[in-house]
Design a protein around this ligand. Sequence first.
Ligand SMILES: [Fe+2]
Ligand SMILES: [Fe+2]
Length: 313
Amino acid sequence: MLGEAYTNNKSTTDSIYRDTLAVSQRVNWRIEDIIGGDKTLDFTKPFMPESLARLSKLDFLSADERLVLNQIKGHTYLQVFGLVEEFILPFVLDHVRPSLDKDDYRVRAFLQFAGEEAKHIQLFKTFTAEFHKTFPVKCETIGPPSAVATAILIHQPLAVALAILLIEWMSQIHYTDSIKDNQNLDAQFKSLLKNHWLEEAQHAKLDALMVEALAEGMTEAEIERAVDEFLEIGGFLDDGMRQQTLLDLESFERATGRTLSEGERESFKSVQHQANRYTYIGSGLTHPRFLETVGKLSPAQRARIEEVAPIFC
Ligand SMILES: [Fe+2]
Ligand SMILES: [Fe+2]
């Protein structure tokens, strides 16, 4: 019986690798088709959807000031995704490296995944360079990426794989729920998020297999420990979001020449920290497909994550 279950499981997994690779090859786009040349950012338009940026609550800002802050948050999005992809890339390569001689479709699917993340890193950098051609001041962001990668990769592989799964589902829900039908956003920024979504859809499926493979044979206590470490990564990212909120505030004051009052600063910090928490943590933590994968490992750990998720929403 067990043998039969294994064979069925293996053939399902094999077909996911084969199908994912086929879709990736079909979707594959080039950076130069998305940005550069006559494809420039339109600074009369917002870059981020309101459901992620949460600027309407800052009623002490004028419409023009909100637009500037929205674009700063667009820049932050480029930087944060660029940053996390820099730890995803080596992790995926390390995951596949010991078994390069085994399953051809699996190896090719993961190498395609890694190649796409390298392309995404370059895509986010290209958009950032495009942003700075027009935006009047420099916008600081947390980092450097190598330090963030080091801090995250010290955790056990299952914890890191869960964090990666969280990020991939995040990119999916950002596009489908907030961007796809939004007609107000800058066309190039919207195209960036659409194209990222297209390739990340395959990554999410591969990540789920990576999580399942890493958890195979683990006891309940070992899975609990991995979720402890996953939550530590979440805490580390949240701390980064708090710092990023202050950096966005400084960029805003530099770009607009306005100095916020003490009360306005406090309101900015609390609303924007929560907005960043939702964008970069909560939107993934509450994603049904993310929770489904965690629930397969352990219903108790799924319940634990569901209990902390509201803090990040
Ligand atoms: Fe990516
Ligand atoms: Fe990805």
